[in-house]
Design a protein around this ligand. Structure first.
Ligand code: GSH
Length: 207
């Protein structure tokens, strides 16, 4: 197999953290190649033959099968290496993790990425930018942090008492919010701050 990643890519980072939590080492256990935005090898015809979207991460299996969605790649490794469970166990456990992971994607990660793409100088000339739309998404990110802070008053992690893929999605979203949008977790959001400190202290946070 081979895992294709993008340097500093938000979604590839989700898979990196997931693998680290599974104690799967990039290179040793999972061969990989990393593209970068400048040389843009992921836009070449050879790579587009694997994933016509030209996006990363992509996992290519030994028989040539390609998985080109972060969560699908995580699911593959979850089934291959069930411990520790990161996608829930049983009907209710899995459904709860799925609900929270989708919420973290739709309510937090996508607005963060959208605000980044539509407002940041890095994307000038690379993407069409609509700054007003970016500002709207930025306000949404601020609101969603407040929402998540209230949710985290009820439990240790996003979907329950244990760390899971929904935490990883929220973690990369808030890392990007802090770095690219200059929107760190507000100090007065004590529940979100407590969670942020806990997830950032995990060894996988450096993956
Ligand atoms: N839904 C996809 C999104 C993948 C995606 O948009 N990846 C970005 C990096 S975060 C990418 O490859 N961008 C490359 C580019 O736009 O050239 C997933 O999660 O796998």
């Amino acid at each position: 197999m081979k895992l294709y990643l993008l340097k500093n890519g938000v979604n590839p980072r989700r898979v990196r953290i997931f693998l680290a939590e599974k104690r799967l080492r990039l290179g040793e256990d999972v061969p990989f190649e990393e593209f970068d935005m400048d040389s843009a090898g992921h836009k070449d015809p050879a790579f587009r033959a694997k994933n016509p979207m030209g996006t990363l991460p992509v996992l290519e299996l030994d028989d040539g099968t390609v998985l080109a969605e972060s969560v699908a790649i995580c699911r593959y490794f979850e089934e291959q290496r069930p411990e520790p469970p990161l996608m829930g166990r049983g009907a209710l456990g899995s459904a709860t993790v799925e609900m929270w992971n989708r919420r973290m994607e739709h309510e937090l990660l996508l607005p963060v990425i959208g605000a980044f793409v539509h407002t940041h100088p890095f994307w000038v000339g690379k993407r069409e930018q609509i700054p007003a739309y970016g500002e709207l998404l930025r306000r949404q990110v601020v609101e969603r942090m407040t929402w998540l802070d209230r949710e985290l008053a009820e439990r240790a992690f996003v979907a329950g008492d244990t760390y899971c893929i929904a935490d990883i999605t929220a973690q990369v979203a808030l890392l990007t919010a802090r770095g690219a949008l200059k929107l760190p977790v507000p100090e007065d959001q004590v529940n979100l701050t407590r969670w942020w400190t806990a997830v950032s202290a995990r060894p996988s946070a450096r993956a």
